[in-house]
Design a protein around this ligand. Structure first.
Ligand SMILES: [Zn+2]
Length: 325
């Protein structure tokens, strides 16, 4: 069996035919085209969908339900994409629109929930009773899979770990809150906060070549970015600023996870996305701090994701497989 699926991201749409073991037998990648507005995104989805379906039919597949994972707020039951700031849609009946154009049923899922489902079925959370899967990249999201089913609330939300607020931080967040976990601990936040701390300290900014002696450091701007790996490496080398930024990220994650563990009682928590590349540098202090915060709650196992960037498309296919064609 080869299930056609697309994982729509803000920049690229990843298409695949996914077999029953979660392996990708064919893959495609095209630009999302979000700069052209939601109509352009829909056209790109239809054109990619046709290519994938054409290949599936050539491979002898006739009973086809298309899996489509998209970011933002999603209602899997009705197939309505409730909201995505990046893709410019609100209350769009996306499953019906794409399904009509492709001539097959489309099962819509939320991308973080889909990725979590895939990690639970085939990846690091396999066998867990209740898994929380946390991708950490430009933002921080989380999916909960309990007894094999992904959780989504009444309005399409998953586990919004990234927007739990830390009272010790006044970092503003685009969501309107302050001190949100993702403003302190996402991979992008760690890079941004390190550069800001560097600028405030008067140290030279990395990437500014040939710094002149006795010049005041320039403030950071969009062109200067460092990633979380840079900060992690600096922290390993003993750079005090990097150590402070890294420790604050770990503290925010540990405190955010304390709330999640208290509310949903997972036995496994899986970390994915760019920040998970830090491996033990992330997991060891996080485990220690989370354990110190827990009292009556049971400490979950903390693991690293194993499916990488294919989790979303595999999860989209898994959701599609639950529907009759
Ligand atoms: Zn927020």
């Amino acid at each position: 069996m080869h299930t056609p699926a697309i994982d729509l991201g803000g920049t690229f749409a990843k298409g695949a035919l996914v077999d029953e073991n979660g392996q990708l037998t064919r893959t495609w990648e095209v630009p999302t085209g979000a700069e052209g507005g939601y109509r352009a995104v829909v056209e790109n989805l239809v054109s990619l969908g046709r290519k994938i379906l054409g290949t599936a039919r050539l491979m002898g597949e006739s009973c086809l339900v298309f899996g489509l994972a998209v970011p933002g707020l999603v209602e899997p039951e009705t197939g309505i994409a409730r909201y995505s700031a990046n893709l410019g849609w609100k209350d769009l009946p996306l499953a019906d629109i794409i399904g009509e154009r492709l001539g097959v049923k489309v099962k819509l899922s939320q991308d973080v929930a889909a990725g979590g489902l895939a990690e639970h079925r085939f990846g690091a959370a396999k066998g867990a009773h209740t898994a929380v899967v946390v991708p950490i990249g430009t933002g921080i999201a989380a999916a909960m899979i309990s007894k094999g089913k992904p959780f989504q609330g009444a309005h399409g939300q998953v586990i919004e770990l990234g927007h739990l607020r830390m009272s010790w931080s006044d970092e503003p967040c685009p969501c309107g809150g302050t001190g949100c976990v993702e403003r302190l601990a996402s991979a992008s936040a760690i890079g941004r906060r390190y550069l800001e701390a560097l600028a405030a300290s008067g140290e030279p900014i990395p990437g500014e070549s040939h710094p002149q002696a006795n010049t005041t450091p320039k403030p950071t701007n969009q062109a200067q970015t460092v990633d979380s790996k840079y900060v992690a490496d600096k922290a390993k080398d003993g750079d005090p600023l990097a150590i402070r930024i890294w420790n604050e990220a770990i503290r925010a994650l540990a405190e955010g996870l304390h709330s999640v563990v208290t509310v949903v009682d997972p036995d496994v928590v899986v970390f994915g996305g760019g920040l998970s590349n830090a491996g033990d540098q992330l997991l060891i202090p996080l485990r220690e701090q989370l354990e110190s915060l827990l009292t009556f709650q049971t400490m979950p196992e903390l693991r690293l994701a194993t499916l990488g960037s294919k989790a979303g498309v595999v999860g989209a296919a898994l959701s599609a497989n639950e529907q009759m064609c």
